[in-house]
Write a protein that binds this ligand. Structure first.
Ligand SMILES: Nc1ncnc2c1ncn2[C@@H]1O[C@H](COP(=O)(O)OP(=O)(O)OP(=O)(O)O)[C@@H](O)[C@H]1O
Ligand SMILES: [Mg+2]
Length: 354
């Protein structure tokens, strides 16, 4: 694998501050959006449809003018700099290769615009196609390649210009599940190799958690939380984040002095939780222990074998629907109607107002 000619640029810091963008007659697509990326960092932006992910990316690329706010890249204020002077590589959801050009010509395209000579272009294109594993397909046209291959070429094309920042807007969403997983890992490998600061938009939470240094969850034009994948999952700052990332049980509880009381056990609370009184505790399925011991407090509704693990759906005696994660060998021992005992594993959890 080539490394020498990939890129000499180590990543730059990216700062979007208080960006607002309102479309005529529409809601605010961005409403005080603030994000700081470390040099070389890979950040995934996650969020429901319409929350402003694409708009954030387009503002950073200069394809969209913010109504207010500032964009600073590598210490330079780009807020009023035009797109073609911003030095950003982009890959979009839809296959966007020029159909009348081969893979190689597509990759060379940006270099031609930048007036690079023929020899440099050829070398750089060859290196980039090697980087994405497509040297053998260099002379193919888009219609002669699979969707995954086309997106690899698009990635090679974006990286060929040695961009300061790489912007990826759901580049994998048109691909089937298996290719998608392969290519996301590939993108991460390449990004680590070239070191380009990267913003990757997706609405697939697993994808975001799997590849990013940090994941930002957006809600209605703002960043609701930005954290490392494990932190985002285990310490969500809000009900919205807890719900959006992972499966969440909602259990009626009473909170007192930073602790929730559930099924005779105590659950320590995350920052931002309700401080006192009745509340709803948000608990992951793996945070619920289930067994058939004395002191049953729930009834099994159904159980499902999911390959690597199993889920047991129960109804508690208080009427909450609670899913417990069990091992794949255990799951068959739970049948509908069984009386079971649920206990909290004791992980910190978020309690929100009931
Ligand atoms: N050109 C436009 N004109 C008017 N409204 C727009 C335009 N582009 C986006 N919007 C609106 O701005 C909001 C944010 O859109 P955006 O495309 O950024 O969302 P998104 O998070 O990328 O969604 P998705 O996951 O569906 O791609 C939405 O309400 C959308 O309808
Ligand atoms: Mg979008």
């Amino acid at each position: 694998m080539t490394t020498s000619a990939t890129t000499s640029a180590t990543g730059v810091a990216v700062e979007l501050s208080e960006i607002t963008r309102e479309y005529a007659g529409s809601v605010r697509a961005l409403d005080g959006f603030t994000l700081r990326m470390e040099p070389g960092e890979f950040i995934a932006l996650l969020g429901p449809s319409g929350c402003g992910k694409t708009t954030a990316l387009r503002c950073l690329a200069g394809l969209e003018d913010p109504d207010s706010g500032r964009i600073v890249v590598g210490g330079r204020d780009l807020t009023d700099v035009s797109t073609n002077k911003r030095d950003m590589g982009m890959v979009f959801q839809a296959y966007s290769l020029f159909p009348h050009m081969t893979a190689r010509q597509n990759v060379e395209f940006g270099l031609e615009l930048r007036k690079q000579d023929k020899g440099t272009r050829a070398r750089r294109a060859a290196d980039m196609l090697d980087l994405v594993g497509l040297s053998a397909q260099a002379d193919r046209f888009a219609h002669q390649m699979s969707g995954g291959q086309q997106q690899r070429v698009a990635l090679a094309r974006a990286l060929a210009i040695e961009p300061q920042v790489l912007l990826l807007d759901e580049p994998l969403s048109a691909l089937d599940a298996k290719v998608r997983v392969q290519l996301r890992d590939e993108i991460r490998r390449i990004q680590l190799e070239v070191g380009t600061t990267t913003l990757f938009v997706t609405h697939d939470q697993e994808e975001a958690l799997a590849v990013a240094d940090r994941v930002g969850v957006m809600n209605a034009g703002r960043l609701e939380q930005l954290a490392a994948p494990d932190t985002l999952y285990s310490a969500p700052v809000s009900e919205f984040v807890a719900d959006f990332v992972g499966v969440t049980n909602r259990i009626a509880t009473t909170v007192d002095a930073g602790v929730a009381h559930v099924w005779g056990g105590r659950v320590p609370l995350l920052d931002g939780s309700t401080e006192k009184g009745p509340a709803i505790l948000l608990v992951r399925p793996e945070g619920v222990l289930i067994d058939a011991a004395e002191g049953a407090n729930a009834t099994v509704v159904s159980s499902s074998f999911l390959g690597s693990h199993g889920n047991v759906v129960t109804t508690t005696d208080e009427g909450d629907r609670v899913v417990a994660r069990v091992s794949n060998t255990e799951v068959t021992s739970f049948a509908p109607g069984d009386r079971v005992r649920l206990r909290p594993r004791g992980d910190r959890a978020l309690a929100v107002g009931a």
